[in-house]
Design a protein around this ligand. Structure first.
Ligand code: GLY
Length: 601
């Protein structure tokens, strides 16, 4: 008989020790019901985030072009950082893991909406050097000189990213700046696993990249083969730069050794950037574009981005009851969207540029009367020839395309929409020697030849001609939509001029057609840029009948490869907030998680 199986009461001293131990354990695991989740304790249980193509969460979200960077952002949120802290950490991380567009050597735009409704529009676009002038890309014959225009060093503007991130952080950040740079530094030093997307892009752009020994040293093996998916890529020089920024802040970049080294490299290649240009650089706060839409407010970026005005114009033109139940892949919607884009891009060419150099009639372009006039000019039975919208006979280089967008929301409702870029994929392909930083080729976004606007899409209108200290016109369109005081959508995209079409399309599908978040992002896209006068539709995604009807309406239809990568966040009823990574751009969503007992929050 096991009479001893009866449990005897422990000694009072042992009992007290056991109770204390149990309480300590409960505290350590953070599982006291009803207490606010403590992320530090969640760390004891598991990684403090969940990750997927689509993630629902009411505890904050990060959606961006790379899983590692998304994890870093979610960890910042889990550790008590706000949306701006997470955005800063993601932006530095993407400079390591997504060198196609993530950057320290480029620039961009960030919208920050605080829970009290106030908005910061941070312009950290690159700026032309003091030696720039309207004829900078012309030869003695007055024609575009390809050796000048195609020289990547002559397209490098003063990078704005470090200043822009620091400005947003100074105004809103909660965590120390250096803690937000350090994860990127660690990734650069220890290395990260090359994704299939990065490996593909290194292969695709091999010719451009392999022209520059400083680039080859970082992204190619000794046998001049680019890094492959699954290999570990270390960037010790970039890690050194990140360490300097973490400890020295913006001064080491704009007044210290980093800026001086970049300027030297650019001048050695035939460009004209100087250390004085770096010293003059400032990230700027602009007045955001705020327009009423469908019972809420659309917030966009003002010039020198054309995105906020163009997207708002397109949606205002389309905001009629007829379209609200339209088939998302039918010809009626495609035609209406194409015609609206055509008109918005015409206005863009005529009126938009750096507001410090050109008077932009923002209110007039967004006025009800102007929108009504644009809408009235659309014939539902016929495509409008683009040339008929131009005051003089016409010639745009196709804006090359890479950029990256990410969206962040914290659990207090602070929202960040950030789009930044090197201009083309990997910029001009030049890594600054000993720094590991890709240089931008953003100044190629200026109109290259005064007066030269052609059918192929080259634009030569005055507002966006090159000038000293000027910022080139951008299409980047970070956007936040708010209704009833709550953020409903955070979106944006890469893709040169197609950015405007992509962002307008996502907003249109969610707000007008009421598609679910996944379909708003993943469904087929189209693009029209006024000139060239053609309608581009994503290949293989649109029904053939739609293409036939569009041709019959008079559109020159062209199929194009995938358009954009709109890594977005949506408010979606009972699901709370949903982060949707765009599969077109290897998008990932990540959210912090806390455990309350066994319950995930
Ligand atoms: N470089 C792309 C843009 O600014 O639109």
């Amino acid at each position: 008989m096991l009479a001893t199986s009866r449990i005897s009461r422990p000694e009072p001293r042992i009992r007290a020790a056991a109770i204390v131990a149990a309480l300590l354990l409960l505290l350590a695991l953070g599982c006291t019901r009803g207490m606010p989740p403590d992320p530090a304790r969640a760390l004891l249980r598991r990684e403090p985030f969940k990750l997927g193509r689509t993630v629902a969460s009411s505890s904050g979200l990060v959606v961006c072009a790379d899983a590692e960077a998304a994890r870093i952002g979610a960890r910042v949120l889990a550790e008590g950082g706000n949306a701006v802290d997470a955005a800063v950490a993601v932006a530095f991380a993407l400079a390591v893991t997504h060198p196609q567009a993530g950057n320290l050597g480029g620039g961009g735009f960030m919208l920050v909406r605080r829970p009290d409704g106030s908005v910061d529009a941070v312009d950290y676009r690159e700026t032309a050097p003091a030696a720039f002038h309207p004829e900078v890309y012309l030869g003695t014959d007055g024609e575009i000189d390809r050796t000048r225009y195609d020289n990547p060093y002559l397209q490098v503007g003063v990078p704005g990213t470090v200043a822009g991130l620091a400005l947003a952080h100074r105004r809103h950040g909660r965590r120390p700046f250096h803690l937000l740079v350090e994860p990127a530094e660690r990734l650069a030093r220890a290395g990260f696993i090359v994704s299939p997307l990065l490996a593909r892009d290194l292969r695709l752009h091999r010719a451009k990249l392999s022209r520059h020994p400083s680039t080859v040293r970082v992204f190619f093996h000794w046998d001049r083969e680019p890094y492959q998916a699954g290999e570990r890529l270390q960037q010790p020089e970039l890690a050194g730069v990140l360490k300097s920024i973490a400890t020295g802040g913006t001064d080491v970049f704009y007044r210290g050794w980093i800026g001086e080294a970049i300027a030297q490299k650019v001048r050695a290649g035939g460009g004209c950037l100087t250390a004085a240009d770096f010293r003059r650089y400032e990230a700027r706060l602009r007045d955001p574009i705020r327009t009423p839409l469908r019972g809420g407010e659309l917030i966009g970026m003002p010039p020198p981005s054309s995105g906020g005005i163009a997207v708002a114009q397109v949606l205002a033109i389309l905001d009629s009851p007829a379209l609200h139940r339209a088939d998302p892949v039918g010809p009626q919607l495609a035609h209406a969207l194409a015609e609206s884009l055509r008109r918005a891009f015409r206005d863009r060419a005529l009126h938009l540029g750096d507001p410090d150099f050109t008077a932009v009639p923002v209110n007039q372009l967004l006025s009800a009367a102007h929108v009504k006039e644009l809408r009235g000019g659309i014939d539902p039975r016929r495509a409008t020839p683009s040339e008929s919208l131009w005051p003089v006979p016409l010639p745009l280089p196709e804006a090359g395309g890479e950029t990256t967008h990410f969206s962040v929301l914290d659990r207090d409702g602070m929202a960040v929409a950030n789009t930044y870029t090197l201009e083309q994929t990997f910029g001009g392909g030049v890594v600054a020697a000993d720094l590991g930083i890709f240089l931008n080729n953003e100044l190629g976004d200026f109109n290259p030849k005064p007066g030269d606007t052609d059918r192929a899409g080259r634009i030569g209108t005055p507002p966006n001609l090159p000038a000293a200290g000027k910022r080139p016109l951008s299409s980047m369109s970070p956007a936040i939509y708010v209704r009833d005081g709550q953020v409903e959508i955070i979106t944006g995209s890469p893709g040169g001029r197609t950015i405007i079409s992509t962002v307008a399309g996502v907003l249109l599908k969610r707000l007008f057609l009421e598609l679910d978040p996944e379909h708003a992002v993943w469904s087929p896209r189209l693009h029209h840029a006024w000139l060239p006068d053609r309608l581009e539709l994503e290949e293989g995604l649109w029904p053939p009948q739609t293409l036939e009807v569009l041709r019959a309406l008079g559109h020159t239809v062209k199929t194009a490869s995938s358009q954009g990568a709109a890594h977005s966040i949506f408010r979606d009823g009972e699901r709370g907030y949903v982060g949707v990574g765009d599969c077109r751009g290897d998008g990932w969503a990540a959210a912090p998680t806390w455990f309350d007992g066994d319950e995930e929050r």
